[in-house]
Ligand binder design. Structure first.
Ligand code: NI
Length: 224
C-alpha cells in the first residue's frame, strides 16, 4: 500500500528547513548504504553527526508523528530519525529493497515501512521521481514540498535520475506495530470507514461496535 501524507510541513517550516539545508555540507550517500544498495546509490546526505540534524529532526519528527494519516496508515512503533538527502543533476538511486534491520546495536528496529518526505517543489527539478514497483505496476511519485509517501520497505524501488536542478528529501524507516502489510492496509481502510461513520452517525450503536472491532483488531495483530 502506497499512502500519500499531505501537508506534513507548513510553508514556514519548509522555509526554515531550506535555510538550514542551504548552509549544510553534504557527503557521499554511499557511506550510509548497506553492501547491496551501495552499488546503485548515487546521492549526497547530511552526515548524521552534523549539528543541523537535531534542528531538522526537531521540526520534521514532531510534525510527522502527530500527523493523523501517518499514524493510522503506518501504526508506528519505532520511527528512525530521518536522513536528509540531496540529488543534484545526474544523481539517482538504482533499484533496491531497503535493509531489513537498521539502527545501532542497542536500538535495532525492523524496517516495515519506508517514508520519503519531499522538501522542495517538483518544478525545481526534472526527473527524481520515487519509483515503486507494486502489484499493479510501477508508481512514479513526485509530490509537492511538505508532502510524504509511505510504502512497504520490502518493495523494489528506485529514485529516477535527476536531469535538471536539485531534489531535496528526508527519508525515514518505521517499524510498525502491525508487521504484515496486508493487515496494515485492512486496518487503515477500516479506520477510514470508522471515521466517516463516526462523523455521520456519532450516536449510532452499530458504529460504536465497528469502533470496538477496530480497536480489538489492533490489539489482536499488534506486536510491540
Ligand atoms: Ni530505498
Amino acid at each position: 500500500m502506497l499512502v500519500t501524507v499531505h501537508n506534513v510541513l507548513t510553508k514556514d517550516e519548509l522555509a526554515s528547513i531550506r535555510k538550514l539545508l542551504d548552509g549544510a555540507r553534504f557527503s557521499d550517500g554511499r557511506l550510509s548504504a548497506g553492501l547491496t544498495a551501495r552499488k546503485v546509490k548515487k546521492n549526497e546526505e547530511l552526515p548524521v553527526n552534523d549539528q543541523l540534524h537535531q534542528q531538522l529532526n526537531h521540526i520534521v519528527m514532531n510534525r510527522l508523528l502527530q500527523h493523523p494519516v501517518f499514524q493510522s496508515a503506518v501504526l508506528p512503533h519505532r520511527v528512525a530519525t530521518p536522513f536528509y538527502a540531496r540529488y543534484t543533476e545526474g544523481m539517482e538511486y538504482g533499484n533496491h529493497v531497503d535493509d531489513p534491520i537498521m539502527g545501532p546495536m542497542n536500538a535495532r528496529y525492523r524496517t516495515d515501512v519506508s517514508m520519503t518526505l519531499f522538501l522542495n517543489e517538483p518544478d525545481e527539478y526534472d526527473g527524481g521521481e520515487t519509483v515503486i514497483h507494486t502489484q499493479t505496476g510501477e508508481q512514479k511519485i513526485k509530490l509537492k514540498a511538505g508532502d510524504a509517501v509511505t510504502y512497504p520497505s520490502g518493495s523494489l524501488h528506485h529514485v529516477a535520475k535527476v536531469t535538471r536542478g536539485t531534489r531535496l528529501v528526508a527519508v525515514s524507516w518505521i517499524q510498525s506495530m502491525i508487521r504484515d502489510p496486508a493487515q496494515r492496509e485492512l486496518l487503515f481502510n477500516l479506520h477510514k470507514t470508522r471515521e466517516t461513520l463516526q462523523n455521520k452517525y456519532p450516536d449510532d450503536e452499530e458504529v460504536v461496535k465497528i469502533d470496538h472491532a477496530y480497536i480489538n483488531l489492533v490489539r489482536m495483530w499488534s506486536e510491540i
